[in-house]
Design a protein around this ligand. Structure first.
Ligand code: ADE
Length: 419
């Protein structure tokens, strides 16, 4: 078995933490138990490019129980939990290629190592695996039956591939399931982003001005959690509808050029590049904290910030906190502008990843059940799967809901009854 991990001696800690996460993932545990009996993924080699965390480890346990052989690499150079990687290798016999802090070359070498195992399925978070497969190994693409994609950025890239006629096998957009993005992106990113900022800096949020760039589900989550902790939140948006929602949700909405002067903490969650750039750095206050929670490290223009300060006026002041001295003021960049929630904290809590990864497991099963009839397109998770995950999650939370009476059901399907 091949692998490349930081330290095999961390396996005990990893195993303990994976077991802890498992206690918060009852929906996935139910799926794992069924998979162990039915073996829907029997004989399939799956290459998974995901954040290597305790929650992902429990997804892999479910896939393995279903009969799959899993080979895994990181979907971000800074998000790997090295103890989890060690336990996956030792306790689950999963080939893992992931080391926290790996450089870009190693990151792609690890993706290539997964592809060397000639997978029939891909499971991606951000589309780097699928993109690498299509661009660097076109001769191998035909061996892949289908894939799944975890995140908004990945789905956007896949839709671009589909539109360009470049996508060569079907992919299920797990991100777009309601039981994924309405919870993971909102409550998961909301909580874990603040967790990352707090763990990195121990800053008090109450009374501070937090500028949140982007008001998609992730931005909503961050804004609401920050408000809940007593911060004054300013939202920046480019989309008029989302900006209007932010206004009516009670947030101040400003262009970044103005917000830059007011913010104590900046969080980018747009999915686009250069959201914080030269003119914003120049306008920021002394001590401003800059964090990114979007998928790639492109939202804060760190290249320009580095040029503005010069190499000699930047230093590490705490783990995951780098200080840039700019015209006598300090700007503090967290986690090299990479996903702050997974770099400086542990990512989303297991209870929310329970639903995201239930979608992954059931999407993998569904796509194989289609027996090669799907087109090379981006597919939604079937509605029934989405609803079933919501039902199961409620059940595990001991929450009961009403059912329609026969008269109510009939009313909803009729068109003759009016005033
Ligand atoms: N994405 C965000 N949080 C995560 C987690 N805890 N595990 C895997 N992927 C994630």
């Amino acid at each position: 078995m091949n692998f490349d991990i930081a330290d095999p001696n961390l396996a005990d800690l990893g195993r303990q933490r994976i077991a802890w996460a498992d206690t918060q993932m009852p929906v996935l545990a139910t799926i794992r138990e069924r998979f162990a009996k039915e073996r829907p993924l029997e004989g399939v080699t799956m290459a998974a490019c995901l954040h290597i965390t305790t929650e992902t480890a429990n997804l892999f346990r479910a896939l393995k129980a279903g009969g799959a052989t899993v080979v895994a690499c990181a979907s971000n150079p800074l998000s790997t939990q090295d103890d989890v990687a060690a336990s996956l290798v030792r306790d689950e016999s999963i080939s893992v290629f992931a080391i926290k802090g790996e450089d870009t070359d190693t990151y792609f070498r690890h993706i290539d190592a997964c592809l060397d195992d000639r997978p029939q399925m891909t499971m991606d978070d951000g589309c780097d695996l699928v993109s690498r497969l299509h661009s660097a190994r076109p001769e191998q693409v035909g061996e892949v039956v289908a894939g799944t994609e975890e995140t908004t950025t990945g789905v956007i890239r896949l839709r671009a591939m589909e539109a360009a006629g470049a996508l060569r096998f079907p992919i299920v957009a797990v991100n777009d399931a309601d039981t994924k993005h309405l919870f993971d992106n909102r409550y998961g990113t909301g909580q874990s982003t603040l967790d990352g900022i707090i763990r990195a800096t121990n800053v008090l949020l109450a009374g501070r001005v937090i500028v949140v760039a982007g008001y998609g589900q992730c931005g909503r989550g961050v804004s609401n959690r920050a408000r809940g902790m007593g911060a004054h939140v300013i939202v920046c948006e480019v989309d008029p509808l989302r900006a209007l929602e932010a206004v009516m949700d009670g947030f101040r909405v400003l262009p970044m050029a103005e917000a830059a002067r007011e913010g104590d903490i900046f969080v980018t969650v747009t999915g686009d590049r250069d959201v914080l750039r030269r003119e914003h750095f120049a306008a920021m206050k002394d001590g401003a904290i800059l964090a990114n929670s979007g998928h790639f490290d492109i939202e804060i223009d760190l290249k320009t910030l580095g040029e503005m300060t010069g190499a000699e006026r930047r230093r590490q002041v705490r783990p995951f906190v780098e200080e840039f001295l700019l015209d006598g003021k300090r700007l503090l960049v967290l986690a090299e502008g990479r996903l702050v929630n997974l770099s400086a904290a542990e990512g989303h809590p297991a209870a929310v990843m329970d639903m995201s990864f239930a979608n992954q497991a059931l999407a993998a099963e569904w796509v194989l059940q289609q027996g090669g009839t799907l087109e090379p397109r981006v597919y939604d998770v079937p509605r029934e799967i989405d609803r079933e995950i919501a039902r199961l999650k409620l059940e595990t939370m001991a929450v009961e809901i009403d059912v329609l009476t026969p008269a109510q059901r009939e009313y909803l399907s009729s068109w003759t009854v009016g005033t």
